[in-house]
Design a binder for this molecule. Structure first.
Ligand SMILES: Nc1ncnc2c1ncn2[C@@H]1O[C@H](COP(=O)(O)OP(=O)(O)OP(=O)(O)O)[C@@H](O)[C@H]1O
Ligand SMILES: [Mg+2]
Length: 311
């Protein structure tokens, strides 16, 4: 059974005296399977946070279904099984990190000794043990994010829902969070994570869903979503001006650029590479490097965002 099921979810926000409408979700659907790290990716305003808030029972959808462990979201029996890091964690900033974890642990019904022991380990793990006794209002943005992550994990939940966990973290912090999520996967915890950091999604997520304009346009294994075809091949050559001019005359579709290392020729995917290499050698120029380029998550993301904007 899927841990999370979102089916045809719809949400329109209506605001103010003029009842201005803002459509956040237009029928979003995806599912998160047990034990996987599912990346929920999309441009600003795509509807990611809205979806997570509906799942957490913080706001109501206008239509469609959102289930966790097979139960409607907001169901009290699922609460204890889920840890949540909101997008801009609002904390009672007079509390210390120790007190925050203790309070969250108590809300989950964990006994005092266990919450103290877990809290210590978690604050160590997220790298703010040294500041455990300081009020959160004295924390930097990255430190608050780390405290937020620790509170999401205090109940050792079966499902962790994280809204932009990398936000505000320096490169070391990002790597630490990546390692923590990898540890969770080893333990069999299911993770649903929104992130803008595409490089992190590539290294971390088993599957991703790409949401644009309130609709999930694509979901699946990253390896399946990314088009396996080679998009272009870059050939680096060392050529005299005359040799380069000769090649440019023969290959209309190839783009030539001067770089510090030599001339870089970009071949569109339809251009046969062998023919071009033979011509280079025939002209007397030296082939230094041949680099094929496949689709990256970044180009897939931009393609989806552009198609989403046009539809
Ligand atoms: N409380 C609200 N009142 C009015 N409109 C809202 C509200 N919350 C969200 N929206 C609108 O719904 C849309 C989706 O917002 P949402 O916060 O879900 O996007 P997001 O994908 O999380 O974006 P980001 O990457 O910037 O965090 C946006 O157009 C936003 O303006
Ligand atoms: Mg958001």
């Amino acid at each position: 059974m899927s841990v999370v099921v979102v089916k045809d979810l719809k949400k329109t926000f209506v605001k103010g005296f003029w009842r201005k409408r803002s459509v956040a979700l237009r029928g979003a659907s995806f599912a998160v399977e047990p034990g996987e790290i599912f990346g929920f990716l999309g441009p600003n305003g795509a509807g990611k946070t809205t979806t997570l808030k509906i799942l957490m029972g913080l706001i109501k959808a206008d239509g469609g279904e959102a289930l966790m462990f097979g139960k409607p979201c907001g169901d009290p029996s699922t609460r204890r099984r889920v840890g949540y890091l909101p997008e801009s964690p609002y904390f009672y900033d007079h509390l210390t990190a120790n007190e925050l974890l203790d309070m969250m642990g108590a809300l989950y019904g964990i006994d005092a000794a266990t919450r103290r022991a877990r809290g210590r380990v978690l604050l160590e793990r997220v790298g703010i043990a040294h500041a455990a006794k300081r009020p959160l209002r004295s924390y930097s943005k990255g430190m608050l994010q780390r405290a937020g992550l620790a509170q999401a994990l205090i109940a050792e939940p079966e499902l962790v829902v994280l809204d932009e966990p990398m936000s505000g973290l320096d490169p070391i912090g990002r790597r630490e969070v990546r390692d923590m999520l990898a540890d969770l996967r080893t333990k069999g915890t299911t993770v649903l994570v929104c992130t803008h950091v595409l490089a992190d999604a590539v290294t971390l997520c088993d599957r991703v869903g790409i949401v644009v304009g309130g609709i999930v346009r694509d979901q699946g294994l990253l390896s399946e979503l990314l088009s396996p075809q080679i998009l272009r091949v870059d050939v680096l050559i060392r050529a005299t001006d005359e040799q380069r001019a000769g090649l440019q005359n023969r290959f209309d579709d190839v783009e030539f650029r001067s770089t510090a290392e030599g001339t870089l020729a970009s071949l569109p995917s339809k251009e046969p590479v062998n023919g071009f290499l033979a011509a280079c050698i025939g002209e007397g120029s030296e082939v230094l490097q041949v680099t094929p380029h496949k689709e990256t998550l970044e180009s897939l993301f931009i393609r989806q965002a552009q198609e989403g904007g046009n539809s």
